[in-house]
Ligand binder design. Structure first.
Ligand SMILES: C[S@@+](CC[C@H](N)C(=O)[O-])C[C@H]1O[C@@H](n2cnc3c(N)ncnc32)[C@H](O)[C@@H]1O
Length: 160
């Protein structure tokens, strides 16, 4: 099962970008024997349309075009909160159901188009607080890596 992240907004070269790359590289290594592959990032430009609604519509179009056909997980503070083990188990269930791909969507400054959020297979929250998209990308990359270590029994995750 191929895992991708579609993110609106650029992440400058520097420590944040390096951290995402490092976690995703580790996830790739640990994910391979688990049939979890890909871990690509599609970085999409913020729309310059005149209204927030128009920007989100345009960004949603770019997100749909970038992601491979498959499940969509929208990152949104109003979404469902999952423990790391539950997140890892959800990924494993989708893989075992024969799903080919999952696309994780991180919005830009305006958030994600509501139609895309409604249509998503899961809306995932990292707390009710709003985080900058760069931090959300880092946290998601880390949780994807952590999920691969939970599923493979690697000591990185020391749960109860
Ligand atoms: C700066 S936030 C946008 C906030 C926007 N004003 C809104 O109402 O959604 C940028 C993106 O980061 C992600 N994000 C921010 N906080 C989050 C959280 N607590 N949980 C999950 N994703 C979050 C969402 O994908 C959001 O679209």
């Amino acid at each position: 099962m191929r895992i991708s992240i579609a993110a609106i907004g650029r992440m400058k070269t520097g420590p944040e970008r390096e951290l995402v790359a490092r976690y995703l590289e580790r996830a790739q290594g640990a994910g391979k024997p688990l049939a979890l592959t890909g871990f690509d990032v599609f970085e999409l430009s913020e729309s310059r349309a005149g209204s927030a609604a128009a920007r989100k519509t345009e960004e949603a179009k770019a997100i749909r075009a970038a992601l491979p056909d498959g499940l969509v997980v929208a990152l949104d503070e109003r979404g469902k909160s999952l423990a790391s083990e539950a997140f890892a188990n959800q990924l494993a269930r989708w893989r075992d159901d024969g799903r080919a791909a999952i696309g994780f969507v991180i919005g830009g400054a305006d958030g994600i188009d509501p139609d895309l959020v409604r249509a998503a297979d899961l809306t995932l929250s990292f707390s009710p607080m709003v985080w900058p998209h760069q931090l959300v990308r880092i946290m998601l990359a880390e949780q994807l890596y952590r999920a691969t270590t939970i599923l493979s029994g690697h000591p990185y995750h020391r749960g109860d």
